[in-house]
Structure formats: C-alpha cells, structure tokens
Design a protein around this ligand. Structure first.
Ligand code: TYD
Ligand code: MG
Length: 454
C-alpha cells in the first residue's frame, strides 16, 4: 500500500489522496476514513534472500528446499493444505457464520499440538472460558494448546512475539482492530491492516498463521476476499446449515494443488472426517426416481459420486423459474438452450429446479451430461436405472466431449456397485474398469437411445 494514500473507503477498499464525503469508486457516502501508514514489512523474506536483492534464476545457493510440512493427522485437512501445514505460511479459512470454522480450527490446533507444534488459539469472539467449554465438548480439554482472548492487534503481536508459536490461529480477522487505523473493526482498512501485520509476522518469525474470515452478504463488513491476495492459501468451509456435511475447499494454494476438497460431517462431538464421501453423498438416495442422476465427478484429486436431482413442472407464470442449488445457473441456461435448439426439446412454459444432493457445490463442466440427463429424465418422467453413472461435457453444438480422469471416475463407480456408465464417445480407451459403457456422440443420441424421444 502506498504511503501517500492514507484515505481508504471502508465499503470497497479504494484508496484516495484526500478525504471526501463520497467514494468515487463505489459511490458510497461517508465511508472514507484516514489510515495511518502500515509498519515496515518483513526484514528478509523466508527464502533467505536479501531484501530487494535480485538473484539469477540459475543461482542454486538461494533456492529453497521443498517446504517441510507438518501433518495434523486429520487426513481431510492435510490433503486440502497440500500435504500438511507449511511453516511461515498464511492461511485464510473463510465461511458463513456458524458453519463450523471455530470448531474445525480448534480441532486442528489440538491435532497439530499433539504433533508437537506449539499452538496458540487467539479468539476475538469468545472468552477463553467459552473456548475451553467448546474444547471440553469436543473432548479436547487436555490438548496442549494455549488460548488467548484479544482483539487489539498490538496486544496480539506482543503475545505472538512472547510466545513464538509454530501455529497461531486468529479467530476472526473481522474482530481484530489496529489502533493506528481510524475505522471500526471489520471495515476493509482494519481487516486489511490486521491481515498485513499478521502475515508479515508469519514471514518474519516462521510462524504459520491461520486467519478465520466470515463471509458477509453486504459490503459493510469486509469479507475474506479483501485479504485473499495477501495469504498463501485460501480455504473455504462450505455446507448447508440444515445438512451435516461440510466441505473444506482450497481455492488458492501456493504450496499445493487448488481445488482439493476435504469432507467432514458435523456431529454432536464436533467435525468427523469422511473418508469415503461418495458413499455418504449417495446414502440418502431412494429408489430410482425420474430426475435423479448419479454424476461421477472429480474434486481435486479424488473421485466423488454425487446425485443431481431435477424437477420440471408446468408453470403458471409467464416467466418460468430456473432455480439451481450447487451448480452454476448460467451453465444450466446453456444446457437448456442446447436441448431446445439441437434436440428440439422445449422447456418453455416449464419451471426447472436443479439440486445437488448433500449440499456439495459442483463446478466441473464434466457434470453437463449428468445435468442434461437429469433434466430429460424429469421432463420425460423416465427414471434412469439405479446402477448407472453419467459424466461428460456438452459443447454448444450438442456434441459430447470426453473429460479428464475417466478411469478414476469409472473405478470409483465400480467400487460403489455401479455397472453402467453413460459417457461421451472415446471414453472407453483405458477399458471400462468393469463397467459397461454406453458411449454417446451427441445429445441427440442420448435423447433417442436413453429416453426413446426426440
Ligand atoms: P462454529 O465453529 O462456532 O462456527 P463458526 O466459527 O464458523 O461461526 O460452529 C457453530 C455450529 O456448530 C453451531 O451451530 C453448533 C454446531 N456444533 C455442533 O453441531 N457440534 C459441535 O460439537 C460443535 C462444537 C458445534
Ligand atoms: Mg467462530
């Protein structure tokens, strides 16, 4: 952040040279506050190079070894971190309030502490007694974790300097408050400067810092997005409140693959790891029903089978509804358009509802064919056989494209007792992995051969 720009909008984070009543960038009124310059950054970076000194790419003397990692023993968490916690790294864990972030991180802190990491859990939201009660509820009361309840950034940095922990958890970044910044805790400038100071501390002292950030609906309180670029790893903890499943998803990771997921189940005794998510996601499936299709997906490095559910019903309104949970609304519109214009199956005058069972969010284009099949199955009122999985990408011409990791998808389906796969042509190259594969060239063939319509 440039030293000259000391006026910052708390709604959008834009920096201004002087104060004004209205932010030019976002148009909000009365959101600009003065901000003191930030403290100096780390004296040297963690790779050991001199500050500002350029080194040749070929100079191996400054090259760092692969970062040593510590596993927590929680397999689902370690995988998402890219194989364990990296020292001096900054990790952001974002999620809706009440989704289970504090629970997850208290469990993680206890696990890391049992692997001989010195762990400090700093809560700005709960008193230490409350955190202790939660730990007791999670049967972690005897874990060698230190607790602190603080919100003032200066006090926190003093505590961190005194304790020099291997892992510090800051719960949450929105409650932290620097007395050098004029605005209220939770504002963009407060959240940013707290994140900056804490990540600088991480790099300077070799402490791994985990920042908890609440995702917020409106712009008044800064969400985790404003600090995403400052940290090494960004994890989102997702799930539906009404469901017990929780997904920890890596959306950015400088030390490992992004897009990796860890699956947990919220129980009375805290978060339990789910080592076989497919079985869990399919456990709620009833007898074969029209509109229900099992998609053989890949999340990160792991195959996951999930059920897509579609409902198609005549609408009393002039503008039919398109409601999607767990899948992209724009992609649904595209598939409906392809079904209409390439296969002649109209959806005008019909409401369309699409849902991914279990609260998982799917982003893979490989789910296109599963979505199209679910829509056709619902519209034609024809259930697919219960032992069938579907995957494949659909192009705008209606042609089906083979997708990556076909073998892994089929293997997982076979493991869970599926016998047939509906997949794009050329998916059979690696063998069927024990499944019968119905190869389809395009969507018209699916409509004709699977649903006998068209
Ligand atoms: P919490 O970790 O406080 O959420 P966050 O920090 O993301 O705001 O979790 C809150 C919810 O988790 C709360 O509604 C109760 C539930 N919960 C359980 O179901 N089991 C448990 O063992 C614990 C500790 C919490
Ligand atoms: Mg919390």
């Amino acid at each position: 952040m440039a030293k000259a720009s000391t006026f910052v909008c708390n709604a959008c984070g834009a920096a201004h040279k002087k104060w004004s009543g209205r932010c030019d960038a976002c148009g909000a009124w009365n959101t600009i506050t003065e901000e003191a310059p930030l403290s100096a950054g780390p004296a040297a970076n963690t790779l050991g190079a001199q500050r500002g000194a350029a080194v040749p790419l070929t100079d191996l003397s400054t090259r760092a070894e692969a970062p040593p990692r510590t596993g927590s023993g929680l397999v689902e968490l370690d995988r998402v971190l890219g194989g364990g916690l990296v020292p001096a790294s900054a990790v952001l864990v974002g999620g809706d309030p009440g989704i289970g972030k504090s629970t997850l991180l208290l469990q993680a802190a206890s696990s890391f502490a049992r692997k001989n990491l010195k762990c400090l859990y700093i809560s700005g939201e709960e008193a230490t007694a409350q955190v202790q009660m939660r730990a007791a509820r999670l049967s972690l009361a005897d874990a060698p974790v230190k607790l602190a309840a603080e919100t003032n950034l200066r006090d926190i940095l003093t505590t961190l300097e005194a304790e020099k922990p291997d892992l510090a958890i800051i719960d949450s970044i929105q409650t932290m408050w620097a007395d050098t910044v004029g605005s209220a805790p939770g504002s963009v400038s407060q959240v940013r400067s707290a994140a900056y100071e804490l990540t600088s501390f991480a790099k300077r002292r070799g402490t791994a810092v985990v920042l908890v950030g609440h995702v917020t609906k409106d712009g008044q309180i800064a969400g985790p997005r404003v600090v995403e670029h400052m940290v090494d790893t960004v994890l989102y903890f997702e799930g539906e409140r009404g469901h017990q499943f929780r997904i920890l998803r890596a959306v950015k990771n400088r030390f490992g693959p992004a897009d990796e997921i860890g699956v947990f189940e919220m129980t009375d005794a805290g978060l339990a790891e789910v080592s076989n998510p497919s079985a869990l996601f399919l456990s709620e499936r009833d007898a074969p029903a029209a509109g229900s299709v099992v998609f053989a997906g890949i999340e990160g490095t792991r195959p996951v089978l999930v059920e897509f559910q579609a409902l198609v019903a005549p609408t009393p309104h002039s503008q039919p509804r398109r409601t999607v949970v767990g899948w992209d609304g724009g992609r649904l519109a595209m598939i409906l358009a392809v079904l209409e214009s390439r296969c002649g199956i109209p959806f005008a005058g019909l409401d369309v509802y699409l849902n991914v069972a279990g609260g998982l969010k799917i982003g893979e284009p490989a789910a296109d064919l599963a979505v199209a099949t679910a829509l056709l199955s619902a519209r034609e009122d024809t259930a697919l056989p219960a032992d069938t999985v579907v995957f494949g990408e659909i192009s705008l011409s209606g042609a089906l494209r083979p997708v990556g990791q076909t073998e892994n998808r089929l293997k997982e389906a076979g493991k869970l007792g599926f016998t047939t796969a509906i997949a794009p042509a050329r998916s059979k190259t690696g063998g069927g992995m024990g499944l019968a594969i119905r190869e389809m060239a395009d969507l018209t063939q699916v409509v004709g051969e699977i649903f006998g319509a068209g």
